[in-house]
Design a protein around this ligand. Structure first.
Ligand code: HPA
Length: 275
């Protein structure tokens, strides 16, 4: 099955269950999925109910499209994402992003848990992405171009939309949440990085390291979506902090930050609904 056939088939499969055209698509990262449960949900479409759709196997990722209104703005939420390290080809990793584009979403709001590579960061910080580095992972656009979505060689000068970033900054200001900004570097995982890999990422200009997000942003920009993203710095990356890394620490940190994170995301989306 070609990438295009799979996209069309998955979309046709779920089309009848879509309650309304979402304006914004929100992807909830590790430990942050609980946000969806606190909203007044209109429809849930489990990934498992969509034929040929990859299942989300990562810890802390539920696996469903959730439809809800946030301040009257129709939103589709990915409660759990697909990661490259789960063994799926990159085309599958970004399939849900492309499906949300076909649903009609104009804006993509990405969130993740990440390791802080910038020495001035502390665990618990929020970092709004200004740019990213994807050199360590294959491009999701490799293969026959999906001409119906975008051009062969899409521009990546401004992946993270300036106006959307201003809304996030204004939301953080209003909520008195100190907001860091920086560059996210995607690695494949699933192993956390070595200290030297983190130093390398830092030399390349990265402020945070993680295993998702950047390729989703690339696929979304290819398809003409406006993109913004926030990393929750769940831990200092290897060699930056003193402790060893483990998955439970990442999930627990996400849960602890969830109430503040929820306020930041909801306030930002409310502002974005007006643009
Ligand atoms: N590295 C990569 N991914 C992560 C990290 C990290 O330190 N923390 C949370 N996700």
């Amino acid at each position: 099955m070609t990438v295009e056939d799979k996209l069309v088939s998955c979309f046709k499969n779920l089309e009848a269950h879509i309650p309304y055209k979402p304006k914004l698509a929100l992807v909830l990262g590790s430990g942050l999925g609980g946000l969806a449960e606190e909203l007044e949900v209109d429809t849930v479409i489990p990934y498992a109910s969509i034929r040929n759709f990859p299942s989300s196997t990562a810890p802390g990722h539920k696996g469903a499209f959730v439809f809800a209104k946030i301040s009257d703005i129709p939103v589709v939420i990915m409660q759990g994402r697909i990661h490259y390290y789960e063994g799926y080809p990159m085309a599958d990793v970004v399939l849900p992003i492309r499906i949300m584009k076909l649903m009609g979403a104009e804006i993509l709001f990405l969130t993740n848990a990440a390791g802080g590579a910038n020495k001035s960061f502390t665990a618990g910080d929020f970092m709004m992405l200004t740019d990213h580095i994807t050199c360590f992972v294959p491009s999701p656009l490799i293969g026959k171009n999906l001409d119906t979505l975008g051009v062969r060689f899409p521009d990546m000068t401004c992946v993270y939309d300036k106006e959307l970033r201003e809304h996030i900054t204004a939301a953080a200001d209003e909520l008195h949440i100190p907001l860091k900004t920086g560059v996210y570097c995607q690695f494949t995982g699933p192993a956390y990085e070595t200290p030297q890999e983190v130093r390398l990422a830092g030399l390349l200009g990265a402020d945070a390291v993680g295993m998702s997000t950047a390729v989703e942003a690339v696929a979304a920009r290819h398809a003409g979506m406006r993109v913004c993203a926030i990393s929750f710095i769940s831990n200092l990356a290897a060699g930056i902090g003193t402790s060893l890394l483990n998955e439970q620490e990442v999930l627990d940190a996400g849960k602890k930050a969830a109430p503040l994170f929820k306020q930041l995301v909801l306030n930002s989306i409310t502002r974005m609904g007006k643009c």
